[in-house]
Every structure is written in C-alpha cells, then in structure tokens.
Design a binder for this molecule. Structure first.
Ligand code: 5GP
Ligand code: MN
Ligand code: MN
Length: 493
C-alpha cells in the first residue's frame, strides 16, 4: 500500500513494516520478497520461546526499509529490525561497523582542481604502492581493538606522525556514539592476536585499507547548500573541498559473523527445525550467554577496528592533499556506522545498511544538539552525495538510508557499453589499484578487460538516482538536506 512517501506491507504477523520510498524510487521485487521472508523470523522467535518458558518472550516488533533498500544476503540492505529479547547477528550485515566518515578541509575547489593529476599520482602511491606509513605497534593495535580510538589515544605515541595533526574531536565527540552492547569494550577475542587483518602479535600492522567494491575514499566539494544555518554550523560552505570515506572492518567483521554462526548453530535447540529463511536468533537468555559473549567480543573488536580504519583512511587523504596543495587543515564533520546494533535493555535495534538519523532532541550535549544528527548519503563515484540532518523520526526508528543503493544486481551492470564507461572515465577521476595510465598495463588486454568489468559495476548507472532518494527522506520527514557534494576524485579499493 503506497501513501505519498511510504509503502506499508500488510502481513500475517501484523508487524509494522514501513518502507520510506517516494514514487520515483525504484523498488526491486526480489528485495520485497526478501522482506516478507524476514518476517518469518517472528514465527522462529515464537517457536524458540516455546522451548524455554519463563524467559520472557522474544519478539520481532518492527521492520523499516530505507529508500536505498535492495536485495542482500537473506536480509535486504537498507533494513532496520527491532526486536525484544533477541539478537539477530544476520540483521547487522557481514561488514561489522561499516560506515561513512565526512571531513571538511580548508581547501577550495579552485585550489584543488588544477592539481588533480599530481594528486591522483600521489594518492595512488599512498594507497596502493606502499606509500602509506601508518603502522600500529602490537600495543596500539590491541588498544584500538579493545577500546576504540579513545583507547588508542591513551597509548601516547601517535602512529600518525607526519600526517596532518588531528584534534581529539576527530576521534571522540564528532563520531556517532556507538553505544556498544553492554560490556563489549575491553574484551579481546582470543583469535585476534594471531590472525585478523594483517600482522601477528609481534609485528607492526599497517592499517587503512579501503576494502573492495562499494568502499571508497573520495574528494568532493560543496556544490550547493540547502540549509544555510546547519551548513554554516558544520563548516560546509560552497566551494569547500571535503573528503568522504566509506569503509568497514575488512576481515574482522567476517570473523565476528563466523563466530556468531558457530554459536547460533551450537545453541539452537536440538529437535527444533531450523528456520527456512536461514535467520538464526540468539534469545537473550542464559542458554546462549557464553556463545553471545564470544560473538560480542569479536564484534566489539571489529567495530572498533572499522572506526579506526576510517580515521586512518582520512589521514591518508589528508596527507596526499597536504603534499600536493600545501598547508591545509581538515575537521571531522561526522563519522557514522551503518552496520551495527543498539541495545537498550531487552530492546535491540539492528541496522543493516541503514544509518542513524537522530533528531536534535536525541543529540544532547554534543555539537549536534542544535541541528540534529548528520546523515551522510553518498550517491556514486559519478554522482552527487548529500549531507542531511536527522529528525529522529520514530516511524523509521530514527534511521535513514546510507546511500543511493544498487539499482540492479551486480552482474547486470557489466553489460553497459565500453563507450559509456569511457565517457564516464573522461568526466570523473577514479584511482584504483591498477594504474591504467601505465603503458605496460594498458597493453595487457585481459587485465584491462577485468578492470573495465569491475568499474562498470560501480559506475553511476549501477545505482539509483540520488535525487528521488534524498527527496523521499525529506518528504517523509526523516531528514532534511543540508548540502550537496560533488565528486572530484574517487579512490576505490
Ligand atoms: P554499501 O554500504 O551498501 O556498500 O554502499 C553504500 C552506498 O555508497 C551505495 O549504495 C552507493 O550509493 C554509494 N557508493 C558506492 N560507491 C560509491 C563511490 O565510489 N562514491 C560515492 N560517492 N558513493 C558510492
Ligand atoms: Mn562495507
Ligand atoms: Mn557500507
């Protein structure tokens, strides 16, 4: 049922399902089917409750879909799931604490544009040719994984010597307060000391990998301001260059989810059939306490790593800018996760590919109490991105979309023509690990074909139009646009 900006899905469980999407936002039928299948988890929870009476009843209470929602692995990307008495690791997504980070620099687009060729070479070197020097000692790595960036700061010696100076706000008060599940901070999953993302216990490990696919580090500029007061307060004046980072926990998040799946299978009651939709819950009872603990340790480590990784990716960008454009400073606007869960007593809000969009009432004390929570919505490497301010709308459980969202499944976009790709590449600057400007590389037809195929999956035609997506958020009362950002250069893992 579509009313003006919303679609509601009636269902036999009578669970409120709200899809924030105006008429001009394309919806993938396969993703809608997936939503209906997620609802079967209501039945799963009821069956689980029957196996241990007296533990309170785990329930699925609400589902929200953001305008960028599209088919995912079992649960669509762009889904918010609210439960009582149950934790659903699969409703968080594999890449734990994947998120967006936005910084505003002191440089203008006029200063940066003429230097883009040199900047491209510099950033390729920094990101992909061993030019990056940020290394964590084992002590620093452990502090980051246990306690996040605040923990890392406490170790003293900053691993970012020679990079742009940072102020503590970069690590603390301008990040979404992650509100980790109770007791997570301080734990250290035992497998991490010997495995994880690069480097064993005794070696310095390099941090700041982008990760493949949709992840990126991008230079943009403020092209248009929609809300002059909020934009001014956040330092977003027209013509200023900003940097946006999208990255997650690399292999650590996958490890955390593997840990969850082991625990979920182990604690599933013998004799009870497994749910057909493949979604296995942890009821918040004693039976699963030990398995949940193992998961939450790994989860907390991965989440802390991801936020640190975004910080270091931004520093690498700053270093490139400073080297090519001269003295500059950068300041964090916001860092927000879109694959995480938030627990308040028995109630858990899971966001998988959805970003928090709190209103100013929810932002007590921080620098956003006046305007609401910044909502970062990237479009694609060939389209505009937006920053909005959240309204804390209860209908979306104070959530918004975290991007434009895929328009078509990955494979389908590969069929775009080479001419379209060339036109795109002439207009937009993309830095990838493969240096296609190197004549030796350009001669290798097979290598170039693979590179072109990958780029086609990420080009603007692979994503929904950002305009209608942002209008739906606005018209639906979820968040209001503050500034439109346009890309100058995109670094893709
Ligand atoms: P996800 O978190 O689901 O991997 O993707 C987030 C969103 O980022 C996508 O839905 C897409 O709209 C956006 N996106 C993907 N690649 C790029 C890019 O290179 N640049 C920008 N600005 N946005 C991108
Ligand atoms: Mn991710
Ligand atoms: Mn992501």
């Amino acid at each position: 049922r579509r009313d003006e900006h919303w679609l509601t899905l009636p269902n036999p469980w009578d669970i409120p399902v709200d899809i924030c999407a105006g008429e001009r936002v394309p919806l993938e039928p396969a993703a809608v089917d997936e939503v209906l299948s997620v609802l079967e988890t209501a039945g799963t929870l009821a069956r689980l409750a029957g196996t241990a009476p007296g533990h309170g009843t785990p329930r699925l209470t609400r589902l929200v879909l953001t305008p960028d929602f599209h088919k995912g692995a079992g649960i669509p990307i762009g889904t918010v799931v609210e439960t009582e008495g149950a934790l659903l690791p699969q409703a968080v997504g594999n890449d734990v604490n994947c998120g967006m980070r936005l910084e505003v620099t002191s440089l203008t687009v006029e200063e940066v544009r003429p230097r883009l060729d040199a900047l491209e070479r510099r950033l390729r070197h920094l990101f992909f040719e061993g030019g990056r020097r940020i290394a964590l000692t084992p002590v620093q790595r452990e502090a980051l994984l246990r306690e996040g960036l605040p923990g890392l700061l406490l170790t003293g010696d900053a691993p970012w010597q020679g990079y742009q100076p940072t102020d503590p706000g970069d690590c603390l008060d301008r990040m979404h307060a992650p509100a980790h599940p109770a007791g997570t901070a301080g734990a250290f999953a035992d497998w991490i000391t010997s495995a994880g993302s690069g480097g064993g216990a005794s070696h310095d490990s390099i941090i700041g990998g982008i990760g493949g696919g949709n992840h990126f580090a991008e230079l943009q500029y403020v092209a248009r301001v929609h809300d002059a007061s909020a934009a001014y307060a956040w330092g977003l004046t027209p013509g200023m260059v900003v940097l946006m980072v999208h990255s997650g926990s690399l292999s650590l998040g996958h490890q955390a989810n593997a840990t969850a799946l082991d625990g979920l299978r182990e604690t599933w009651p013998a004799g009870l059939p497994r749910p057909l939709n493949g979604i296995l819950p942890f009821p918040l009872d004693e039976r699963s306490a030990a398995a949940r603990r193992r998961y939450l340790d790994a989860f907390g480590n991965a989440a802390n790593f991801a936020a640190g990784n975004r910080f270091f990716l931004a520093l690498t960008m700053r270093a490139g800018l400073a080297a090519e454009c001269g003295r500059m400073t950068a300041r964090l606007v916001y860092d927000a996760p879109h694959n995480l869960f938030w627990q308040d007593g028995d109630r858990i809000v899971h966001r998988k590919g959805a970003t928090p969009a709190g209103g100013h009432e929810q932002m007590t004390g921080g620098p956003y109490a006046m305007w609401g929570e910044p909502v970062i919505v990237p479009g694609s490497m060939g389209a505009a991105s937006y920053v909005l301010r959240g309204h804390g709308d209860p209908r979306t459980l104070a959530s918004a979309c975290h991007g434009a969202g895929r328009r078509v499944p990955r494979g389908a976009t590969a069929r775009a023509s080479d001419r379209d790709l060339d036109a795109f590449l002439r207009e937009f600057r993309v830095v990838t690990p493969l240096n296609h400007r190197d004549p030796a590389v350009a001669r290798r037809a097979d290598v170039m074909a693979a590179w072109r195929r990958d780029l086609k999956q990420e080009a603007p035609w692979a994503y929904k139009d950002i305009g209608p997506v942002v209008s739906s958020l606005h018209a639906g009362g979820v968040a209001a646009p503050v500034a439109e950002l346009r890309p100058l250069l995109t670094v893709k893992g």
